[in-house]
Write a protein that binds this ligand. Structure first.
Ligand code: NDP
Length: 447
């Protein structure tokens, strides 16, 4: 069978075996479509049915999470951990708490994580977890009781050398703390079983900033290749969570001007440049809506609805909120307004149509699995520090992060060029991430 036929048949199987899991289908399709030239050159992958194996998680854990709210009522959520691939290291990937979470989202994220982790050059397999729990509007005590119940089950399946979760949407330092506390209590061991920990109890400097900073480092490398820099560039950043905030911080440090940010209700446009301290105060400390920004800074305007953010004129756009937030319409608006670079801080924020439109219009497009790998990279460095029982300085962790992002850029550019698709970073990232995992699977035999 030709490589193309193999890919089609694997994809058909995925659709049949995973009904209704649209985000997972989308992520698998994008990766498989890139792999034709690799399979042509490596028929051993076809013979060993690497594709059939890689799209099937090694293990899926789904569990009940009962907890008691402040009114004394019993609540029930659903918890997930998808341990997708341990070919190149222990499972590694974040935990997401958001009402939209279901198995298909966790599988899409876990699948992406395999290739992203491979791109970092560190020894980490791919996994993802989460729950349909919504931390918004919950008291601290409710969040704590939920996290404890979630970890009471999860702790049976993870461990410092088995599976090391981290944060994602809705899971930040507070939630990681409550989960770590419960793990430690039940298992009676103080180990690096979660990353994104507090600095006093095993966390790494730069982990909080890592995804956002890493995103900007990789874009900076791309700009450098074109003889340009962030200096004087206008930038749009969607979202106002962890990734968005630290991407904005680094853009500003490098001389760029971020003029728009958003949350799940709407976006703010501040032509004078976003005042990041205000955003941090509103979103990180007060946990309020981005709209509040306009009552403090009169230069800014708030617009209800998130999609309009792509109509803001910019040189560089960094989607940092959530999946499928940048569609064909958004991509057309960006290209029309002269945007030259789109780099994904979030996971799969651009729809396939959106990505096609951007590339047709010669907008350089860096996909999430490469561009947002800085977060998991520093998580990997946190694991290394935990094993050594030693904490690095901010400067050392930041320099390692930068080095990893520069290498990712070089590797994905080289892979794209090697397979005749220069400048197609989607293909480059998928191929560069895949080959290492596939070769490791070959070495391990049929397992
Ligand atoms: P946060 O929870 O800190 O922030 C998420 C942001 O996105 C918030 O501003 C939120 O708005 C907004 N948002 C969430 N859902 C939607 C939606 N349906 N529509 C529009 N906006 C939405 O998450 P992170 O910053 O950690 O994660 C953002 C993205 O980056 C995710 O795709 C995540 O998977 C990815 N990522 C994160 C990494 C990390 O290290 N944190 C690493 C790699 C990828 P609101 O405040 O209204 O909820």
């Amino acid at each position: 069978m030709s490589s193309k036929k193999v890919i089609e048949s694997v994809y058909e199987q995925v659709l049949k075996r995973n009904p209704g899991e649209n985000e997972f289908h989308q992520a698998v399709k994008e990766v498989l479509e890139s792999l034709t030239p690799v399979l042509d050159e490596n028929p051993q992958y076809i013979d060993s049915r690497i594709l059939e194996r890689i799209v099937e998680p090694e293990r899926v854990i789904m569990f009940r999470v009962p907890w008691i709210d402040d009114a004394g009522k019993v609540q029930v959520n659903r918890g997930f951990r998808v341990q997708f691939s341990s070919a190149i290291g222990p499972y590694k990937g974040g935990i997401r708490f958001h009402p939209s979470v279901y198995l298909g989202i966790i599988k899409f994220l876990g699948f992406e994580q395999i290739f992203k982790n491979s791109l970092t050059g560190l020894m980490m397999g791919g996994a993802k977890g989460g729950s349909d729990f919504d931390p918004k509007g919950k008291s601290n005590n409710e969040v704590m009781r939920f996290c404890q119940s979630f970890m009471t089950e999860l702790c049976k399946h993870i461990g410092a050398d088995t599976d090391v979760p981290a944060g994602d949407i809705g899971v930040g330092g507070r939630e990681v703390g409550y989960m770590f506390g419960q793990y430690k209590r039940i298992r009676n061991e103080f180990v690096g079983v979660l990353t994104g920990k507090g600095l006093q109890w095993g966390g790494s400097l730069v982990r909080t900033e890592a995804t956002g900073y890493g995103l900007v480092y990789i874009v900076d490398e791309l700009l450098k290749e074109k003889g340009e820099s962030f200096e004087g560039k206008t930038v749009t950043v969607s979202g106002s969570g962890n990734v968005a905030i630290y991407a904005t911080e680094k853009v500003q440090q490098l001389g760029g001007k971020v003029v728009a940010m958003s949350d799940s209700n709407g976006y703010i446009f501040d032509p004078q440049g976003i005042k990041l301290d205000t955003v941090k105060q509103i979103k990180e400390i007060e946990r309020k809506r981005i709209k509040e920004y306009c009552s403090i800074h009169k230069s800014a305007k708030y617009t209800e609805g998130c999609n309009g953010i792509w109509t803001v004129k910019c040189d560089i756009a960094l989607p940092c909120a959530t999946q499928n937030e940048l569609d064909g319409e958004g991509a057309k608006a960006l290209a029309k307004n002269g945007c030259k670079v789109v780099a994904e801080g979030a996971n799969m924020p651009t729809t396939p149509e959106g990505a096609d439109i951007l590339m047709e219009n010669k907008v350089a497009f860096l996909p999430g699995k490469a561009a947002n790998a800085g977060g998991v990279a520093v998580s990997g460095l946190e694991m290394a520090q935990n094993s050594q029982r030693y904490a690095w300085t901010f400067e050392r962790a930041d320099a390692e992060l930068k080095n990893i992002m520069v290498n990712i850029y070089k590797n994905i550019s080289a892979a794209a060029e090697q397979y005749g698709q220069k400048g197609n970073y989607i293909v480059g990232a998928n191929i560069a991430g895949f080959v290492k995992v596939a070769d490791s699977m070959m070495a391990h035999g049929v397992v």
